[in-house]
Design a protein around this ligand. Sequence first.
Ligand code: NDP
Ligand code: OAA
Length: 436
Amino acid sequence: MAVTQFNPACSKPRLHSSQLSFLPRNLPRHRHCSFAPLRRTQHARISCSVAPNEVQVPAVKTPDPKSKAECYGVFCLTYDLRAEEETRSWKKLINIAVSGAAGMIANHLLFKLASGEVFGPDQPIALKLLGSERSIQALEGVAMELEDSLFPLLREVSIGIDPYEVFQDAEWALLIGAKPRGPGMERADLLDINGQIYAAQGRALNAVASRNVKVIVVGNPCNTNALICLKNAPNIPAKNFHALTRLDENRAKCQLALKAGVFYDKVSNMTIWGNHSTTQVPDFLNAKINGLPVKEVVKDHKWLEEEFTEKVQKRGGALIQKWGRSSAASTSVSIVDAIRSLVTPTPEGDWFSSGVYSNGNPYGIAEGIVFSMPCRSKGDGDYELVKDVIFDDYLRKRIAKTEAELLAEKRCVAHLTGEGIAVCDLPGDTMLPGEM
Ligand SMILES: NC(=O)C1=CN([C@@H]2O[C@H](COP(=O)(O)OP(=O)(O)OC[C@H]3O[C@@H](n4cnc5c(N)ncnc54)[C@H](OP(=O)(O)O)[C@@H]3O)[C@@H](O)[C@H]2O)C=CC1
Ligand SMILES: O=C([O-])CC(=O)C(=O)O
């Protein structure tokens, strides 16, 4: 199946009046486009019309679903700027690949990416959406909605079912697609089925993505999927792979804010240690409220150790009980947070949580697993682990449990990481946050 390319047409209304100097690079040469700025608080509109004395020759190629990177019907216009409209103000386009792109989380996330809220208001993007034969129709629907949204920064949308095509030159890979655990399915089966998906996607990234692609694995079990993915992509730095634990961090901040009666922006330095599962450890020893250690603000330490910890660990399941399906909107928000934490400098003294490769960690956590830890970034897409954290017996004991779980998951997918024969001796209580 080929990648089908969408090119949103006659460019890009909705430029804010403050952005009018940033004319899109891809306005069609054969069209006249005029800007009608509205009040400062409103969006400017661009209306496009064909001049009567011009021959309208839209570069619409005949759609051929079999050929690679083929464009799609009326959206196959070739864009170009008149010489006088050329501007260097736009940043270089970045390629963002998303798997599971017809799923619930992606349905929220794609529109955030396209709106500019993630990479900024002057950063054009291309979205490369990976689906399957099962979802290709739905994916076309997603692409159509993206077209109809007229996002000024969204320059290309392509859809496909072959990761070797879709991941070509990807600078970000947001890997969301995964089979949900069905009734009666063993945890080991889930690890194997999704592990196969992530092994294949790792190999594809290794072959065709940018050598410095940043990969965020969301599909569960996300830590071990991320491990499988990075092991199958030896040409990409292991440091570039993340498992999403930012939703857990956000959930923990919310619960602490609620208990302390403060707005949640007053909660900082929140680490989630370990696995995105019910053994994860929300660290109230190092977290702060209004700059003070949590334990000085929340005196009810029994609540912290028992209720708070379990609430965060099982928040996904509590939500499913109410909502009937797993968190999609808040997960997409947390993916945005996770990306923004890597592309903007971390505020002084603070940090964020991400599931990262544990080799070289300063905490004594086993090497060779993807473990959520506290990170700081200069905003260059890279991160460093935070060194100045403290431990007590409670924290060490909890960390050991989630570490043991991840090591067991690793043994269970040895056939997918090139580390021999799989042995599945998973702890009986191993569960995703959504499973209760
Ligand atoms: N890390 C975190 O914090 C969180 C992780 N999650 C996880 O994110 C993942 C996606 O969630 P969500 O978008 O809500 O799920 P959806 O069910 O809405 O979408 C998942 C997508 O996965 C794809 N998929 C890949 N392989 C299979 C398969 N074998 N069977 C069925 N579907 C498959 C499907 O797309 P296609 O057919 O195109 O491949 C589907 O569209 C899940 O694994 C979920 O557990 C959810 C919340 C939080
Ligand atoms: O278990 C799930 O699929 C949902 C999940 O990860 C969460 O809500 O944290």
